[in-house]
Design a protein around this ligand. Structure first.
Ligand code: HEC
Length: 157
């Protein structure tokens, strides 16, 4: 059995490989609202961040926030602070924390937690009326969170 050690070495190597895996919602480490580490290790794409923020089924941030840099958004909501200059007020780690779960920064906020699978009031299944089994998926993927953070970091005044 000469193959065994090679296999073990290969497994050890793959385990030691840099963290290409995403951080699962449950594993996100909040430090006073801040999330220091990228959720994916892949740099965010600000252009896709805009898409996430302005698409109804995704972030839909503009339902509550105005962003002067996006004049093409029609009828943005004004029930939350304007995001202009967000990068002057918040660090990357703070913004990642706010987007992942705003309640960790703003206690009792009605801003949705975009990267969370636990602690929801579970909607009933439309057919059985029972809460669905298993975890609900987060609203945004880890990479979408990173893309949104990358765009927010461009909002300087
Ligand atoms: C349902 C309304 C709502 C939605 C949708 C929403 N937010 Fe918020 N957000 C708020 C409110 C309200 C606050 C103010 C903090 C609080 O709750 O007191 C806030 C605060 C913030 C802040 C800090 C404000 C500042 O000083 O710049 C950032 C950044 C932010 N939101 C980003 C986002 C992003 C990005 C999205 C979309 C992925 C989003 N929000 C979606 C309601 C919302």
């Amino acid at each position: 059995m000469t193959r065994q050690p090679c296999l073990a070495a290969a497994v050890a190597l793959s385990l030691a490989a840099p963290a290409l895996a995403e951080t699962a919602p449950k594993e996100v480490h909040f430090d006073a609202g801040k999330v220091a580490d990228s959720l994916t290790g892949v740099p965010g794409d600000p252009a896709n961040g805009v898409k996430v923020m302005t698409t109804n089924a995704l972030g839909n941030c503009v339902a509550c926030h105005t962003i002067a840099a996006l004049p093409e958004v029609q009828f943005p909501g004004t029930i939350a602070p304007a995001l202009d200059g967000a990068a002057d007020r918040w660090t990357e780690a703070e913004l990642r924390g706010i987007v992942s779960n705003a309640k960790m920064t703003f206690e009792g906020s009605f801003m949705p937690a975009f990267y969370k699978t636990e602690g929801y009031i579970r909607p009933g299944d439309g057919f059985t009326g029972k809460a669905p089994e298993g975890e609900l998926p987060p609203i945004l993927t880890a990479q979408q969170v990173e893309d949104v953070v990358a765009y927010l970091l461009t909002l300087k005044e």
